[in-house]
Design a binder for this molecule. Structure first.
Ligand SMILES: Cc1cc2nc3c(=O)[nH]c(=O)nc-3n(C[C@H](O)[C@H](O)[C@H](O)COP(=O)(O)OP(=O)(O)OC[C@H]3O[C@@H](n4cnc5c(N)ncnc54)[C@H](O)[C@@H]3O)c2cc1C
Length: 508
């Protein structure tokens, strides 16, 4: 008989303390020693593979499991599918791609691994990084052959990569990958149920995951327990619930600096409740306190906004970023996110990034019109720019002259901008400037998984019947995720999880 082992309550927008989080694993779940409650379960429905979350990792897992012949269902707690995947930039790193070949760019999975380890300060789980890098090309091909994703024929070069290798969805949005994935699920007959939240993972007495308790967002009443549904997963549950960047209470237990005073780029459901349920059944947490800040965000708009469509790529490549109190550059503008965020935070105030009238022409059509006089300002001279942001004008002009000499000589003697040879002089007015202040963007931490994307417990053994992929799985990116590597991670690991989940023995 199935046993109900675990806490009955579920975490909503928890006001968790650090102690509560640390103790979460001891509160029950699949650990035999800590079984706190047991009663028989009457399953309301069954499927082979149950996927929690409808972002890239969840969709990839569900598609692969269905293609392998499993009966699959996806639960999504929000009323809209896709989580961060829907709202993201749709940029994916690929090594040894056809576009690189066309452009004559030398790359390899090993070089991608090197870049990820460098940004991650070597904390990355190397074998997982290698798997992702080695599967990047086949994953790109899969998105085209199976999902029918349309990619732009122009690559981009986010900071932290040593060569240009990033593909972008033709519509410049994660929706350009997500919608085809959802269409594929529809074609395969996989139901995606929205407003249905996984509230608890249920194991049997042998510590094997059996299924979940799910809660209808609109019907749930904690007093009566109504709206609660028990769904059995005959083969496996795949956790693809994303990160926890939008949960201030939770993120401050891991990094107390990330209070509500720091804005966030994530979708509102990015609260980590699926992660916490996994911890309650003894899933091993890794790197939870490594939470990434996006250094290209503007304090003059909420959330991710539109400014990053300038500052992530074009502003960084064709412009410079200075500390307004000194007029000096503070970092390699093409550095990784941690280097740049740390440098801005160290000054204690927003940085100023600007390009000239040549650099501004490289920005995607429509972006400048939308942000001008909101988060971006135009100036006829460097003196005007300096006066607006209260930058010492002479120091600023000297710094621009110094940077221009680096451009002319093809070598950045101060910060070693890797793309300096492609840069142009900053000299032709008008100049266009934005303010930048980091925002919470990505959780590098999550549950520990092996190379088959099976979740591991405190004994470093796998939790049978449980997989995790995407941002909920930790360790891959170490201290800092390089731009455009999360989509790759989510799709690669989602596929691996789905393929393996479908091969699990079904149990009665
Ligand atoms: C603004 C923005 C731009 C980005 N741009 C890029 C980019 O261009 N390239 C790149 O590589 N990365 C980018 N990223 C990061 C990337 O988008 C994410 O890391 C990736 O999409 C995560 O995918 P996922 O499937 O793990 O999670 P998500 O896409 O967040 O999906 C998780 C889903 O699970 C649901 N869920 C959570 N808990 C439960 C539960 N208990 N029950 C049921 N459902 C649940 C959530 O509501 C959500 O819909 C960006 C992120 C943001 C925020």
């Amino acid at each position: 008989m199935a046993k109900e082992i675990g806490r009955r309550d579920f975490v909503k927008n928890m006001a968790l303390t650090g102690a509560a989080l640390a103790g979460a694993a001891a509160l029950g779940g699949c650990s035999q020693s800590s079984a706190s409650d047991s009663s028989s379960i009457k399953w309301d429905e069954e499927t082979d593979v149950l996927v929690i979350g409808s972002g890239f990792a969840g969709c990839a897992a569900a598609i692969e499991a269905a293609l392998a012949g499993a009966q699959v269902k996806v639960l999504e707690k929000m009323d809209i599918t896709g989580g961060n995947s829907r709202i993201c930039g749709g940029a994916m790193a690929v090594a040894e791609s056809p576009l690189q070949e066309k452009e004559g760019i030398q790359d390899s999975p090993e070089l991608l691994v090197e870049d990820m380890l460098k940004a991650g300060l070597g904390l990355n789980h190397v074998e997982k990084v290698r798997m992702i890098a080695e599967k990047s090309l086949e994953t790109l091909q899969w998105t085209m052959d199976v999902l029918k994703v349309e990619w732009s024929d122009q690559m981009m070069w986010p900071g932290g990569h040593s060569v240009m290798r990033t593909y972008r969805a033709a519509n410049n949005s994660g929706s350009g990958i997500l919608e085809p994935a959802l269409a594929k699920l529809k074609e395969l007959g996989v139901p995606v149920e929205t407003n249905m939240k996984m509230a608890r993972i249920i194991c049997d007495e042998n510590r094997r995951v059996q299924g979940v308790e799910a809660i209808d967002r609109y019907k749930f009443s904690s007093d009566s327990g109504s709206g609660s549904r028990y769904i059995k997963a005959r083969k496996a549950v795949v956790l693809a619930g994303g990160g926890f960047g939008a949960n201030v209470a939770l993120r401050t237990t891991q990094d107390p600096r990330l209070t509500e005073a720091i804005d966030c780029t994530n979708h509102p459901g990015c609260t980590g409740d699926a992660l916490l349920e996994a911890l309650k059944i003894d899933a091993l947490p890794v790197h939870l306190s490594w939470i990434q800040l996006g250094p290209w965000a503007s304090p003059d708009e909420k959330g991710f906004g539109l400014t990053p469509f300038f500052s992530t790529l074009e502003g960084a490549q064709w412009g410079i970023m200075v500390d307004p109190s000194t007029g000096k550059r503070i970092i390699n503008e093409m550095g990784d996110r941690k280097q740049k965020s740390d440098a801005i935070l160290a000054t204690g105030h927003a940085a100023v990034m600007f390009v000239d009238s040549v650099g501004i022409q490289t920005v995607q059509e429509g972006v400048v019109d939308k942000i001008l006089n909101k988060t971006m300002w135009e100036f006829d001279s460097l003196d005007e720019l300096a006066s607006h942001f209260e930058i010492p004008a002479d120091a600023l002009k000297q710094e621009v002259a110094r940077y221009n000499s680096f451009v002319a000589n093809g070598e950045d003697l101060d910060f070693h901008k890797q793309t300096i040879k492609m840069a142009t002089l900053i000299e032709k007015p008008p100049f266009y400037a934005v303010r930048l202040w980091p925002k919470v963007h990505h959780c590098m931490g999550g549950v520990m998984t092996d190379l088959e994307c099976k979740v591991m417990d405190f004994n470093l053994e796998i939790i049978k019947g449980l997989y995790a992929a995407g941002e909920i799985a930790g360790g891959t990116h170490g201290a800092c995720r390089v731009g455009s590597c999360a989509i790759l991670d989510s799709l690669v690991c989602g596929r691996v999880a789905g393929q393996n989940a479908a091969q699990e023995d079904a149990w009665a």
